[in-house]
Design a protein around this ligand. Sequence first.
Ligand code: IMP
Ligand code: MG
Length: 179
Amino acid sequence: MHQDCERILYTEEQLKARIEEIAIALNEDYRDKRPLVVGILKGSIIFYSDLIRKLTMPVELDFMAISSYGASTESTGQILIKKDLTADIKGKDVIIVEDIVDSGNTLYMLRSHLSTRGANDIKIVALLNKPSRRKVDLEPDYKCFDIEDEFVVGYGMDYAERYRNLPYIGILKRSVYEK
Ligand code: IMP
Ligand code: MG
């Protein structure tokens, strides 16, 4: 384990097993569809690549990079799109793949933004969910795990752009970000 981690929260094996369960649900729910699977950069990349390889329906892939603009909790809040989708989403069944839903602000705004672009349906798949931190009415439609209010890294997730390549999810030592 990395020395900056307090403990491992989910091992590679636990993640693999849970992702297979999520994929089974998606394969059933999207059996006759052809969804556009949108990965939110950069945190979702490892989860995204593991998940899509377990999907059996035809999928289209795309990516966005976004950040929330200020701390607005209103539906009028704005997101800053740093990298946009490459194709039109009108009429598409969109599956957003995100690393972690915290306050929910970012996805709340992204979801309403994408619906104004004419998506037929938008669902959210999250690797992790921190329900105790939620500030807006947003729940992931599919999620691997609910976690406590702790700062996690690895498996795509960072602290100051570090630790994304750890193959497991670890709880970051407080001393790393409180010094
Ligand atoms: P939200 O808009 O507050 O839901 O922000 C969610 C985003 O915050 C995630 O996509 C992550 O980039 C980041 N984030 C929240 N909690 C953590 C964490 O524990 N570790 C790493 N990134 C986190
Ligand atoms: Mg993120």
